[in-house]
Design a binder for this molecule. Structure first.
Ligand code: CTP
Length: 440
């Protein structure tokens, strides 16, 4: 019996896939199809898959061509599979020509010609083409533009900005409209990503929602809780998506860490310490309050794990001459736990995250907000565990995928719950109004 194996993602199964499977089957007597897991696909740059792993498995099964289906989860697995399953022929489409020659050592490698004119990427692009406009002056928007290219179904086509350096950087790209007329800008897009100064967010979001555009806005969404509530109501009444952009929330390691803690693996959480600081030459440095810049990120694990129902919030800040803070420490006191965060711009501290519980603690090394790794530590160090999850593009591209998915399905997946967004706005409001803020 000749055993043949082939691998693929098989998102939105199309006739190119079926033709490949038919010819692969014809090479032997028994066909094994390896289907890539979602996590593995992320590391290969395939992003915004439309179907879950189970749906893709079901679709391949329904062709009746596979005698066996396996899941591909890690780099190097092909060699393992070929040996373990006694495979005679490895085959794949000619778009991979040469890439798998190294498998010749284990079995015969056959590249089958790829069917012209059809691909999952194209289908995804057609299915959910969203024109996205960028708002703001930060050079970060250029990074955002670069990251957007990894996500199928979204096209950055307009920029609303006054920053000539940014405009110069973006002029070479395929962005069609660069303008400082917000109405004209809004008329050319389906959705916007806002990274203007925080005190402009409210107006920018409101106008965009009123024009029927979906909004992804950098955190803090507003500097005032009631404005935030009003905007969510407006979005709901218009059937639009309003989502907070906080890229750390979309990093796989961070998301797994939260689930891990919620699963009770370190017992009852008693304290969370999160520190975010930077010394940098940001274009907007002088206009920003450090707490506006870093506070939402540092608050995220505390509010997501300990909840939004704390009893007291204490803020200690150090202010610059121009009136904005360069350092802030916030303590959130809960019934049986405490969340402590430190943020700073213009000084440097160890930017790690430590979540301590009755059964052990989680340690995320600096810079924890770009995390791809964490350790779970116990009293008995033999029980310690380390976890690593690939992080590409600092989480920006995964955040964009969540945004496009929400637009297409009309449902928010709740990576950042609304009460967390509202609470962040409330804490910013407390800071801005100097309610009980201790100055040092
Ligand atoms: N394939 C093919 N002809 C096509 C598309 C895919 O022969 N028009 C083959 C690929 O070469 C591979 C298998 O089908 O052996 C699974 O491909 P996969 O990467 O899942 O599909 P694509 O449509 O190429 O996906 P994408 O556009 O996301 O790269």
């Amino acid at each position: 019996m000749i055993k043949v194996i082939t691998y693929g993602t098989y998102d939105m199964l199309h006739y190119g896939h079926i033709r490949l499977l038919e010819r692969a089957k014809a090479l032997g007597d028994y066909l094994i199809v390896g289907i890539t897991s979602d996590d593995y696909d992320k590391t290969r740059g395939k992003i915004n898959l439309q179907q879950s792993l189970m749906e893709r498995v079901e679709a391949v099964k329904a062709t009746g061509l596979a005698d066996e289906i396996i899941i591909e989860e890690y780099e190097g697995q092909k060699i393992d599979d070929i040996r373990r399953l006694n495979v005679d022929i490895f085959t794949v489409g000619s778009d991979w020509k040469g890439v798998f020659d190294y498998l010749n050592e284990y079995c015969k490698v056959v590249y089958l010609s790829r069917t012209e004119g059809v691909s999952s990427t194209e289908i995804r692009e057609q299915k959910c083409a969203v024109n996205l406009g960028l708002v703001g002056d930060a050079l970060f928007l250029n990074k955002f533009l670069i990251e957007s290219k990894y996500v199928n179904g979204i096209h950055v086509n307009a920029l609303y900005s006054d920053n000539s350096d940014l405009i110069k950087k973006m002029e070479g790209s395929e962005i069609i409209a660069i303008t400082n007329d917000y109405d004209a800008f809004l008329s050319s897009v389906d959705a916007v990503y806002i990274r203007s100064l925080p005190h402009y967010h409210y107006e920018h979001i409101k106008k965009a929602l009123k024009s029927g555009k979906h909004v992804l806005c950098e955190s803090p969404m507003t500097l005032n809780r009631s404005q935030c509530e009003e905007l969510f109501q407006l979005a709901d009444s218009q059937g639009l998506i309003l989502m907070e952009a906080l890229k750390t929330a979309y990093a796989t390691a961070y998301a797994r860490l939260v689930l891990f803690v919620k699963g009770g693996k370190i017992g009852n959480v008693i304290s969370i310490n999160s520190t975010c600081t930077s010394i940098r030459d940001v274009d907007t440095k002088n206009e920003w309050n450090n707490i506006h810049e870093w506070g939402p990120t540092a608050l995220l694990p505390i509010l997501q794990i300990l909840g939004t129902d704390f009893n007291e919030c204490r803020i200690i800040s150090r202010f610059r001459e121009m009136g904005n803070d360069s350092y802030s420490k916030v303590d959130l006191l809960y019934d049986h736990a405490v969340g402590m965060l430190q943020t700073g711009d213009g000084f440097k501290a160890e930017g790690n995250l430590i979540i301590s519980g009755s059964n052990g603690y989680i340690y995320v090394p600096a810079p924890w907000w770009k995390t791809d790794y964490f350790e779970v530590r116990h009293e008995n160090q033999n029980e310690n565990k380390r976890f690593f999850y690939q992080l590409d593009g600092e989480g920006i591209r995964y955040e964009l995928v969540a945004f496009v998915r929400a637009i297409n399905s009309g449902i928010m997946e709740n990576d950042i719950a609304r009460d967390v967004t509202l609470k962040i706005a409330e804490i910013m409001e407390k800071f801005d109004q100097q309610q009980g803020v201790i100055c040092i």
